[in-house]
Design a protein around this ligand. Structure first.
Ligand code: AMP
Length: 113
């Protein structure tokens, strides 16, 4: 989608440090990491928010989680990791293209801030 920063990363218009990709998904390091490992996992298809998902997107969302598992294995993550969707303004969503944060390499507290 025009003007979407993550679509520009998918199209190669903006550089990123890609750690995983397949025909449906791309994953790259967050520019402003909140943990020693901070990866953003996104669908190639532009979907702005969770509420825009269609029934046929449900397997794609599962693919995002499965990619997270594959990346954690590839990066030899030990001790667990946190997966986060910030959805909407109250949750702090800044980029309107669905993305799954994979955070690892430190201990996380709960509840999240
Ligand atoms: P959120 O607040 O959940 O929408 O997260 C958006 C994330 O995208 C933030 O953690 C930003 O640091 C990250 N981000 C924004 N632009 C880029 C970029 N060009 N490359 C990598 N990460 C980015």
């Amino acid at each position: 989608m025009a003007g979407c920063i993550f679509c520009k990363i998918i199209n190669g218009e903006i550089e990123s440090d890609i750690v995983f990709e397949n025909d449906k998904i791309i994953a790259f390091r967050d520019l402003n990491p909140q943990a020693p490992i901070h990866i953003l996992i996104i669908p190639r298809k532009h979907i702005s928010r969770i509420e825009d998902l269609k029934k046929q997107d449900s397997s794609l969302m599962g693919d995002l989680v499965f990619a997270a598992k594959q990346i954690a294995v590839k990066m030899n993550v030990k001790g667990g990791y946190r997966l986060v969707f910030n959805n909407g303004s109250n949750a702090g969503q800044e980029v309107e293209h669905i993305h799954l944060h994979l955070l690892a390499g430190r201990k996380f507290t709960w509840p999240a801030g």
